[in-house]
Design a protein around this ligand. Sequence first.
Ligand code: HEC
Ligand code: HEC
Ligand code: HEC
Length: 154
Amino acid sequence: MHKIQLVVLSVVVMMAVGIGWVVADEADDTLCIPMGTLILEAPDAVEAQRAEVEFPHSAHFDFNCKTCHHTWDGESPILSCSTSECHDLTEVPKEGFEAGDAVRYYKSAYHSACIGCHKEIKTRNKALENSMASLKTDLQRTGPTGCTGCHPKD
Ligand code: HEC
Ligand code: HEC
Ligand code: HEC
């Protein structure tokens, strides 16, 4: 074996050992971030009218985590959106409707966050397209705004 290969090999071994040690040491307080695609579906209490939604979580990591996890303090575990007293209502109350109930209804919360952001980008892109600015800047990619873009037909 050439000397140079030996050096490369030992660097790799050191890195592997180093990484292993860091992971083992910090495992207890490391935040576990679900990568790839999350399946968002209606809670058990809801008889779903639409197909579940495939949400590409990590395709959204250009945004600050707190854009969506807006009550997160940056350290504690991140809670599910439908955690009690957040977006936990499975329907809009028919009686005694109070301000704030709309966004506690999980569907309204998801629709306003997901569709709201995709639409905002789309609107901005349209404005850019209608101006000379589009010659200089690339339009920002965005996500679906139509129903079947998120809830595919079965
Ligand atoms: C950007 C993605 C997105 C778009 C676009 C979208 N939805 Fe949704 N919708 C969701 C998410 C996320 C949920 C919550 C998860 C679930 O219940 O499937 C949801 C929930 C629902 C629910 C409650 C659950 C159910 O299946 O009964 C209905 C009804 C619904 N959407 C209908 C629509 C309709 C109609 C449109 C078009 C006007 C639409 N959605 C567009 C993401 C989207
Ligand atoms: C565009 C919105 C969005 C962004 C940005 C985002 N997330 Fe999420 N994340 C979600 C949604 C929606 C869920 C599913 C929540 C649920 O099931 O209630 C989720 C789930 C999670 C969960 C699992 C929570 C649970 O239910 O146990 C963790 C942890 C998490 N995200 C971490 C992060 C981190 C860290 C970042 C920043 C790098 C981030 N997220 C950025 C929308 C987002
Ligand atoms: C703050 C803005 C923002 C929010 C909130 C947001 N999105 Fe998106 N979404 C984007 C952008 C930007 C893209 C384009 C990402 C790319 O292709 O690089 C995107 C792309 C997508 C795509 C298409 C990915 C692909 O492969 O083409 C889906 C599906 C999607 N979003 C679903 C959702 C759902 C469901 C939610 C709510 C849980 C959500 N998004 C919330 C900004 C947002």
